[in-house]
Design a protein. Structure first.
Length: 222
């Protein structure tokens, strides 16, 4: 049976794989906030358990077994976040830390009942897909807002940054998932964007912020 530490490493690898094509030991050490020797030791352990494909000086990769195990942990985490947000009214900037503890419960029945109670949600409060009970994850065909041009209209579907600080920043701006955003202007100099959405006056967002707002295109203004 996987320990909480092993589960946390698998979850970190899964999350990194959602964000980048290649993962190295340094990436994992930064995510876990531990030393390189500590990560190397754990990676070797995960490889011996069949969860990770690892060769020295080559990128890390979850095996099929590792992907499934990680997806099931992510499922528990994201279902918990949905329950906390939808049923308990806890803010989307507060649910992560609580879910970090509950995700390690070993009762599949508990999380299946949670899923049923919530009406089998497909995404968590931050727009990330919730894996099904078999560890399968719905593919997302989303693009960074920073890839679009002035006049484009998009719908905010998910976030590439779910830290408390960033979520509170979006709350202050009153920008929520499913907002229909019009790109008023893109600054050639620094990539910043002037955006407007219903109920709000136009506001300027940095290229850094726009690069972690994940959207679907609607149409382009003429």
């Amino acid at each position: 049976m996987a320990t909480q530490t092993i589960e946390n490493y698998l979850k970190a690898l899964f999350s990194l794989a959602e964000q980048t094509e290649t993962i190295n030991v340094t990436d994992l050490a930064k995510r876990m906030e531990v030393s390189l020797p500590t990560v190397n030791s754990m990676v070797n352990r995960l490889a011996s358990m069949g969860f990770v494909k690892y060769e020295k000086y080559k990128p890390l990769e979850l095996s099929d077994a590792g992907k499934k195990q990680a997806a099931l942990i992510i499922r528990k985490h994201r279902l918990t976040e949905m329950f906390l947000a939808e049923k308990m009214g806890i803010g989307w900037d507060e649910v992560h830390e609580i879910a970090e503890h509950i995700e390690h419960l070993k009762s599949p029945l508990f999380f299946d009942r949670l899923d049923e109670m919530l009406g089998y949600p497909s995404h968590d409060p931050h727009g990330s897909p919730i894996p099904d009970k078999n560890g399968q994850v719905e593919a997302q065909d989303l693009r960074k807002l920073s890839e679009f041009s002035g006049g484009d209209i998009v719908i905010l579907k998910a976030l590439g940054n779910t830290t408390e600080q960033f979520l509170r920043y979006l709350d202050e701006k009153e920008l929520a998932l499913e907002s229909v955003i019009r790109i008023v202007k893109v600054e050639e100099f620094d990539g910043s964007m002037t955006l407007s959405w219903p109920g709000q006056t136009a506001q300027v967002f940095s290229e850094k912020v726009c690069s972690v707002l994940l959207v679907n295109a609607m149409n382009r203004e003429s």
